[in-house]
Design a protein around this ligand. Structure first.
Ligand code: NDP
Length: 458
């Protein structure tokens, strides 16, 4: 195929996808973000076109949907929808988290699962891409209700997962508590104690550093970007969004690098503490969010140096990203940095963005970062530490051994460093300069494409 024929075939595949799934906006956005990176790859590798790799890689291997019926504490029956998307299993068992959030639908899970395919490949470990979850909202539910929901969810999901088939983990709304309940039900139903879920507690066969891995990894990745540019995280002011798993451990690792995190958020609003969210304040947030399950607004009641601001969902920008800072770590959800937010970040002097969340920056925001030469670590590279340590947890489960905290952390650092190097090398090799977004897309794609090619048309 000539270069222009190749580009137009790629456009055609995307148009077909748009026509087929017009309501799956997040999924189309995720695919649309990857497609431009692949044009030079397909030009250089006609064998990929011949084998229909693009046509096949944008369709999930399978997508399951099931009913989850459960009873609340008052005896009322609720019905939620459960999902598991097996997106691509060419390089290993499907791997990716479960999200419990009222916004969950097939389009969101397909976007997350598609991203996961590339991310998992980037880790260099043998894991395919998947994602799942439910439109169940754990917020405001008692422990007993969450347990009954998790048990009902697993009473269907258990048929479809296995240590060599599909290994889910946590994501938004699914933390240690939920993973524990899910694992308990799987074990009861199958009478096996195997690594079918990662993010388990240490007592249930989990790995050291798994809870910390995504946040720590996003900071290790930021450090790689900064050092390559002759800069340092030390002494920087950092804007962090979210107050869940990823945000908490991003802040913890920023402390180790001598950086000063000053913001956090939840779905209701955000706090700004110009004196910095230090270790003591972070410990308070962990207790607030992981045990008492309160709102971030309480932070400003507890610490007089902080102010609380409610989020206006109708506004075209989020003022959190207009706070003066050097580095940004979006760690809440998708599309939380839109074009105007990216511009605000530039205006206040931000020079580095490392994405703990999945697809937190929209395409306009990404162009703003590109135009202004921001060091930009896309989620599929910067937040790959979580799934990398999940894969290390799988290895430990298979070995029935537990590696030390130091050993796992060292492996995580090595993996984040390799992801940075390989993404940077792929960007440069395929004519995208130092653009890590294209680099990560290409580096993640190559291994999956080669595996698909070697396995024939399946
Ligand atoms: P948690 O559920 O622990 O925390 C999510 C945080 O984001 C909470 O503060 C939550 O607020 C906030 N949030 C969720 N949805 C929205 C929304 N629509 N608008 C504003 N704020 C919102 O999830 P995680 O920390 O695990 O996940 C955060 C991000 O990181 C997600 O994008 C996830 O996909 C990604 N990620 C997570 C990994 C992991 O290992 N956990 C691995 C790789 C990526 P509230 O409490 O009010 O709901």
């Amino acid at each position: 195929m000539t270069d222009s024929a190749c580009a137009s075939r790629i456009d055609e595949v995307f148009s077909e996808l748009e026509a087929r799934y017009p309501n799956e906006k997040d999924f189309l956005q995720a695919v649309g973000e990857v497609i431009p990176s692949l044009i030079p790859v397909f030009e250089r590798h006609p064998e990929f076109s011949k084998a229909g790799i693009l046509e096949r890689i944008v369709e999930p291997d399978r997508a399951l949907q099931f009913r989850v019926s459960w009873m609340d504490d008052s005896g009322k029956v609720h019905v939620n929808r459960g999902y598991r998307i097996n997106f691509n299993g060419a390089i290993g068992p499907y791997k990716g988290g479960l999200r419990f959030h009222p916004t969950v639908n097939v389009g969101i899970l397909k976007f997350l699962a598609f991203e996961q395919v590339f991310k998992n490949s980037l880790t260099g470990l043998p894991i395919g891409g998947g994602k799942g979850g439910s439109d169940f909202d754990p917020r405001g539910r008692t422990d007993a209700e969450v347990m009954r929901f998790c048990q009902a969810f697993m009473s269907e999901l258990y048929r479809h997962i296995g240590p060599d088939t599909d290994v889910p983990a946590g994501d938004i709304g699914v933390g240690g508590r939920e993973v524990g309940y899910l694992f308990g039900m799987y074990r009861k139903l199958t009478n096996t104690h195997v690594g079918i879920l990662t993010g388990r507690s240490l007592e249930c066969g989990g790995s050291f550093i798994r809870p910390e891995a995504t946040g720590y990894g996003a900071v290790y990745f930021a450090d790689e970007m900064a050092r390559a540019a002759g800069k340092s995280l030390e002494g920087t002011t950092c804007l962090v969004s979210g107050s869940g798993n990823v945000a908490q451990y991003t802040i913890e690792k920023l402390h180790d690098f001598g950086a000063v995190p000053v913001t956090m958020s939840d779905s209701s609003g955000w706090i700004h503490d110009p004196e910095g969210i230090d270790a003591e304040k972070l410990a308070w947030v962990k207790s607030l969010k992981n045990t008492r399950r309160g709102r971030i607004s309480e932070f400003a009641d507890e610490f007089s140096s902080a102010t609380y601001h409610e989020t206006d969902r109708t506004a075209s920008s989020n003022p959190l990203w207009a706070v003066k800072g050097d580095c940004a770590f979006p760690s809440a959800t998708q599309n939380e940095i839109l074009g105007p937010d990216a511009q605000n970040l530039i205006n206040t002097g931000c020079w580095l963005v490392s994405e703990g969340a999945n697809m937190p920056t929209d395409p306009v925001g990404q162009s703003v970062f590109r135009e202004h030469g921001v060091l930009y670590g896309p989620g599929k590279a910067a937040n790959a530490g979580g799934v990398a340590v999940s894969a290390l947890e799988m290895s430990q489960s298979s070995q029935r051994l537990s590696w030390t905290r130091e050993e796992v952390d060292l492996q995580l650092q090595g993996i984040m460093s390799r992801i940075y190097t390989e993404s940077a090398a792929a960007a440069s090799e395929f004519g995208f300069g130092t653009d890590l977004l294209h680099g990560a897309n290409i580096a993640g794609f190559m291994k999956v494409a080669r595996a698909m090619l070697s396995q024939g048309i399946t």
